[in-house]
Design a protein around this ligand. Structure first.
Ligand code: MN
Ligand code: MN
Length: 485
């Protein structure tokens, strides 16, 4: 075998048109190509903390618990706690929160706020869930899905049970079964393909799994009683005996409980190069985590900055823990008062009108298996950084916030100055479908608002896929917004 001498590489001379193309064309850039080794390592390292967060905070209540434990360590104190501090927070109804750093300028000059949501699509237990099937003598739980789920994904997959019982005496009992390796998991068994011809294969995919058939197998051993061999509902009785021993609850406590089924197990690196991250609930906990880390790392902000973690986005932001409630406005009014500023209605309105908001939510990355639902020049490319989304909604831009050009351009300039990998995005091609975010509800208060977050593959599925490049870019984008906008 002989070695050939290296062939000299002939470089094409840059022509005038090449120069002009380079100067004038917009080109989306891939984070991994652009970032140096150090920043690539920073992206990987950042995501270790994020994975841990996804593992321990799978419900809105667990997210709030996570920050309740963390905020004091990060130097924040409760706004109602009586101490004077520039770093304050308020938790509300154990399901939503506001975290703020008061700036050197008056709050009434306007704040920079990032809102994200900590609820994710899931399957809840019904209020009266437990029953024993008369034929099979199995203990089961009835369910009711929450948010936009594809029901077929939730059957025949390991699920963990999370939530709370609030007992008659007011005591709250937390439940988490299925996350520890030694815990049991729960399954809603799907129909075997051999017998699915009539019940499933003739139906449209959205109808193939009937919500009434989404009952999970809870237990199967009957209660044993030597004095009574003919116990009615012995399997259900055994389930209640076990629950009573473990949590001190009776069946009536289910009626008020909030119990949620989520995919069991931990978030994982994905892809051979570990450049991606697979985990449940990244819509929108990726923005919860990145915006919270951004405020923790914010230094020398002249404007007041706020992270608002809202609940109920997946069901329309309704309810007193959702973004349509007065919670955040009330917090802002109290923040003005706390900072010895006027907090009357007019001042509050003007403060909102002068404020700037990033609606931090995920967008749909181009899925190479389904490229046709996107228009690729206006869609989010995985690995190319955080996405700025001017327009959400459906059809002819209805139900959309539609960010103003001036504000949009200002944010782009900040991202360029701060070397944030960003791109623009839309949720799918025109007339293919659509979706909304919190942006339009925040815009109702008159502030400038734009959607800003990473792309996701398989959004709302059990195991959403994100790029570590986009997660890290989102964190950088949020920090830049807080420090420079
Ligand atoms: Mn979302
Ligand atoms: Mn969603």
């Amino acid at each position: 075998r002989t070695t050939n001498p290296p062939v000299p590489i002939l470089r094409k001379k840059m022509s005038k048109s090449d120069d002009l193309t380079k100067k004038l064309f917009y080109k989306r850039t891939n984070f991994w190509q652009k970032a140096g080794k150090t920043e690539q390592q920073q992206a990987h390292a950042f995501c270790e903390g994020y994975k841990n967060f996804l593992d321990v905070a799978k419900t809105e209540r667990e997210c709030i618990d996570f920050y309740d434990n963390k905020l004091a360590d990060e130097g924040f104190s409760e706004i109602d706690g009586g101490t004077k501090s520039k770093k304050v927070f308020r938790l509300s109804r154990k399901k939503n929160a506001a975290i703020a750093i008061i700036g050197s300028k008056p709050i009434s000059n306007g704040v920079n706020l990032i809102v994200s949501h900590l609820d994710s699509p899931r399957v809840d237990l019904k209020q009266n869930p437990l029953y024993e099937d008369g034929e099979t003598k199995l203990g089961l739980m009835r369910t009711h899905y929450y948010g936009g789920v594809k029901k077929y994904q939730w059957v025949s997959t390991p699920l963990a049970l999370h939530g709370v019982f609030v007992k008659g005496n007011g005591e709250t009992v937390k439940v988490s079964i299925g996350e520890d390796e030694s815990d049991p998991v729960f399954v809603m068994p799907d129909l075997l393909p051999h017998l699915a011809k009539k019940d499933q294969y003739t139906k449209k995919i959205g109808d193939a799994i009937d919500a009434k058939k989404m009952n999970l197998i809870f237990n199967s051993i009957p209660y044993m009683d030597e004095t009574d061999e003919d116990i009615k509902n012995a399997v259900k009785l055994n389930a209640l005996v076990m629950l009573n021993e473990k949590y001190g609850i009776i069946e009536e406590d289910f009626l008020s409980a909030e119990l949620q089924l989520v995919p069991a197990g931990k978030a994982r690196d994905a892809g051979l190069d570990k450049s991606l991250l697979m985990g449940y609930g990244q819509d929108d906990r990726v923005c919860v985590y990145t915006s919270a880390q951004a405020i923790f790392d914010t230094k020398d902000n002249d404007k007041t900055v706020i992270v608002y973690l809202a609940d109920k986005e997946e069901v329309g932001s309704d309810g007193n823990t959702g973004a349509k409630s007065i919670f955040i406005i009330d917090f802002l009014a109290d923040l003005l008062k706390y900072n010895n500023e006027d907090s009357d209605s007019a001042t509050l309105r003007k403060t909102l009108l002068k404020s700037q908001i990033l609606s931090a939510d995920v967008n749909a990355g181009i899925n190479p298996n389904y490229p046709d639902v996107h228009e690729k020049e206006n869609a989010v490319h995985i690995g190319c950084g955080v996405s700025l989304t001017k327009v959400t909604g459906v059809g002819g831009k209805s139900s959309s916030n539609d960010a103003n050009a001036e504000f949009n351009s200002k944010i782009i300039s900040i991202f360029n100055e701060e070397n944030v990998n960003y791109q623009t995005g839309t949720l799918g091609n025109v007339d293919v479908g659509g979706g909304g975010t919190i942006a339009k509800f925040m815009a109702e208060h008159g502030a400038e608002v734009i959607d800003c977050g990473p792309g996701v593959l398989g959004m709302h599925s059990l195991y959403e896929l994100t790029s570590k490049a986009d997660i890290y870019s989102s964190y950088k984008a949020y920090k830049a917004f807080f420090e420079k906008a």
